[in-house]
Design a protein around this ligand. Structure first.
Ligand code: GLN
Length: 454
């Protein structure tokens, strides 16, 4: 049947690691029951959501797309997923991703890459990267397998895959969404957020996901604003900053054009456009690729073959051998690279030269943004310096892969809310995203500017 063909087509994307239709159906049944009983509908009543496999889900296998968590079934639910179920949503399944959320193309998954539902229209039929690390989420939403999915963003993992697949995604201010029960990558940067077809759906989902949680020491003790009710694309009185340092060498002309188009749209919506300077922008990427691996090397020390998932215990082996064998087999190449970089930059003798220095740079970057806020309310930039690239195109060159994060990491280092919205298509018919960065806690300003572009 047509339905079966669609399901088979959907499976070729490799977006889902685990399917949980019974969970989604239970939510739909509950929504039906509540409606029949005349109860007020919950905000996400019966909505089937895809969950990035970084979120621990009670009784449902959770691996962060790594062999080292093979067989791990959490006995608890992450706060973000529980918040979604409390709002009436159901889980369609667990979504593929870059292993431990390390990557920009979804190719570091231990369970095969995700394939973007998009193809270039200019003949090249090579399968494209859905972006990463939330590539299962972006592909599933773009292919209309679910109306919304969760993502996590440490240095761009919500925004860049959203841009590559023509959907919207927002990373809220650091601390808005609880990190409890979300597998840690770099704890001072990790934030959950929604990925959906449009800005309004993102606002609705984020309202459900966010909120104070005593179980996360960095959770912000603030009420969740009514973002959806206050959505407005009228930007009269707002100033939009264009950071001149984001005009990087080698950026495709089509992205420059799109950026200018975005400026025009925001001006048409009533905003005043100002040029601003973020002088330390070019140090953000190197600082990020020191700080994120440093924190990762510490967070990933817990995978020792004793407590979770995989255990390699060779004949006659001792404890050290078991650690070594488990970690050698369980972690993928990119994860090992990060652990080695992180261990190196934190080691005695190198700590001050790398880690302390990167932390100082992080402060300077945050200060750049603070100064910009004296002149504008939000910033507009491209989300990524390219459209979706072909699978395999960058996977042998880590630096080329890291460079794709150049526009997303500065706001991550500063903990600011930032969103990607679809801006249009390039000459090959592929989507390009525009990024809006906001002041701390001003998700509303970000969403409203996003709405004006959409
Ligand atoms: N691509 C970046 C990295 O590999 C960001 C990943 C993320 O935000 N989780 O670290």
């Amino acid at each position: 049947t047509a339905f079966n063909a669609r399901v088979a087509g959907a499976k070729t994307l490799n977006a889902f690691l685990v399917e949980t239709p019974e969970h989604a159906l239970a939510a739909a049944d509950e929504a039906d029951r509540a409606r029949a009983a005349g109860e007020a509908p919950k905000p996400l009543a019966g909505v089937p959501i895809g969950m990035k496999d970084l979120f621990c889900t009670n009784g449902v296998a959770t691996t962060a797309a790594s062999e080292i968590l093979a067989g791990f079934v959490p006995p608890y639910e992450s706060t973000v997923s529980q918040n979604l179920w409390d709002a009436g949503a159901g889980m369609l399944g667990k979504l593929n991703m870059d292993q431990f959320a390390m990557g920009s193309s979804n190719e570091t998954s231990a369970f095969g890459n995700v394939i973007s539902p998009w193809r270039r229209k200019d003949g090249g039929n090579a399968p494209l990267a859905p972006g990463g690390s939330s590539g299962g989420s972006s592909a599933a939403v773009a292919a209309r397998l679910c109306p919304g999915a969760t993502g996590t963003d440490t240095g761009g993992s919500i925004r860049q895959p959203a841009a590559f697949t023509g959907i919207s995604g927002i990373k809220p201010t650091y601390g808005r969404c609880s990190r409890w029960g979300t597998i840690a990558f770099a704890s001072s940067l990790d934030q959950a957020g929604p990925m959906a077809r449009d800005v309004r759906d993102c606002a609705i989902m984020l309202e459900a996901m966010a909120g104070f949680d005593a179980k996360d020491a960095t959770s912000l003790q603030l009420d969740v604003p009514r973002w959806e009710a206050r959505l407005s694309s009228d930007l009269k009185g707002k100033r939009v900053g264009i950071p001149k340092e984001y005009r990087v060498d080698g950026m495709p002309a089509e992205i420059e054009t799109l950026w200018q188009q975005g400026v025009d749209w925001l001006r048409d919506a009533g905003a005043e456009i100002v040029e601003v300077s973020l002088p330390h922008t070019r140090y953000a990427l190197p600082a990020y690729y020191i700080i994120a691996p440093a924190e990762a090397s510490s967070n990933l020390a817990r995978y020792d073959g004793v407590r979770y998932g995989l255990r390699d215990l060779p004949e006659g082996a001792g404890l050290q051998d078991m650690y070594a064998a488990t970690r050698a087999d369980g972690f993928g190449a990119e994860v090992k690279r990060r652990i080695m970089i992180g261990t190196y930059v934190l080691s005695a003798g190198f700590y001050d030269a790398y880690y302390t220095q990167a932390q100082k740079v992080r402060t300077l970057i945050a200060r750049d943004f603070e100064q910009a806020w004296e002149r504008c309310d939000v910033l507009l930039t491209p989300t990524a310096p390219s459209a979706a690239f072909a699978l395999g195109e960058k996977s042998a060159d880590p630096i080329a892969m890291y460079l794709n994060d150049v526009f997303t990491v500065p706001s991550s280092l500063a903990g600011l809310p930032a969103m990607s919205v679809p801006g249009g298509l390039d000459g090959a018919g592929l989507p390009l995203g525009l990024q809006i960065i906001g002041k701390p806690l001003d998700e509303q300003g970000v969403l409203n500017a996003g709405l004006a572009i959409e």
